[in-house]
Design a protein around this ligand. Structure first.
Ligand SMILES: C[S@@+](CC[C@H](N)C(=O)[O-])C[C@H]1O[C@@H](n2cnc3c(N)ncnc32)[C@H](O)[C@@H]1O
Length: 195
């Protein structure tokens, strides 16, 4: 089964990962939002947006937000979730083969890297770095246990980004790892003039 067919079949259930109901997912979103070094972003991108629950949480922090997903079914669900928010655009795209133009000051790669095989993930890491503003932040968050559909490991995904950009924060527990990378090494306090 192709990736598109697999995910389209999964989205016959509108919320296959239970983003709307699981405390695990709500906590993970809260950690992701709290980790972002800036309060506001001008042009942000979330890859693999699923039904748009994380996208909706990111939206108030972004002047423009692009959300992409390989599955047309997910795109339809995300557009429904984001209806009435004209600063959010949802597009179907398979990464890294398809890629948006321009640069972003926030890129969120949450629970998507391990669906790519190692060579696509390596290619995607290089493209992500090329799409990041000089002062932008790239955030990745992934589930740590292995699972049947994963084509590469969480450690591999995060190592590809570690190899290309300085890491500016890291959180991990037994279930997940959440990390951020930026060429701008100022801390949050330094960015706000606290020190
Ligand atoms: C587990 S969901 C992540 C949802 C959201 N980012 C979050 O963390 O709450 C992963 C999504 O990535 C999408 N996806 C998988 N491979 C992809 C690819 N190569 N390009 C774009 N989207 C992809 C799937 O369709 C699925 O909706």
């Amino acid at each position: 089964m192709s990736d598109v067919a697999y995910f389209d079949a999964l989205y016959q259930n509108e919320d296959p990962f239970a983003y709307r109901t699981r405390w695990y997912e709500a906590r993970k979103r809260a950690l992701t939002l709290a980790s972002l070094p800036h309060a506001h972003y001008l042009r942000a991108w979330e890859l693999g947006c699923s039904n748009g629950v994380l996208t909706a949480a990111l939206a108030p922090r972004c002047a423009q937000l692009l959300a992409t997903d390989i599955s047309e079914e997910a795109v339809v669900a995300a557009r429904r979730t984001l209806a009435g928010q004209p600063h959010v655009t949802v597009e179907r795209a398979q990464h890294p083969q398809a890629w948006p133009d321009g640069r972003f000051d926030l890129i969120v790669v949450s629970e998507v890297g391990y669906y790519l095989d190692a060579s696509d993930m390596q290619a995607m890491a290089a493209r992500l770095v090329g799409s990041l503003d000089p002062q932008g932040v790239l955030v990745a968050c992934h589930w740590r246990p292995s699972f049947a559909q994963a084509r590469c490991s969480t450690d591999f995904v995060h190592a590809q980004l570690d190899a290309l950009l300085p890491r500016v924060f890291s959180w991990s527990d037994a279930d997940m790892v959440l990390q951020g990378w930026s060429r701008d090494l100022r801390s949050v306090a330094q960015r706000e003039g606290l020190r």
